[in-house]
Design a protein around this ligand. Structure first.
Ligand code: F3S
Length: 74
């Protein structure tokens, strides 16, 4: 599974980093990005992080966290 944050939709609420600190961090404006690959969505989420990822994905209030089974291409 792959993930990236739609930074236009992120409102800097902070929940994803709280739920999955290994996967998400914030830029200086507080907008989230995926730490695995500088938000490219091309590095697979480690299976050990799936539970945390799911919590972040479900809690994001704007749906800014995207996920798919194949690497993102854009
Ligand atoms: Fe942004 Fe959603 Fe995280 S609004 S800070 S991507 S939980």
């Amino acid at each position: 599974m792959y993930t990236k944050v739609c930074q236009i939709d992120c409102i800097a609420c902070g929940l994803c980093q709280l739920k999955a600190p290994e996967l998400f961090d914030y830029d200086p404006q507080g907008i989230a990005f995926c730490k695995l690959d500088h938000n490219q969505g091309t590095v697979e989420i480690p299976t050990a992080q799936y539970t945390n990822f799911k919590a972040a994905y479900q809690k994001c209030p704007t749906g800014a966290i995207k996920r798919q089974n194949t690497p993102f291409t854009e």
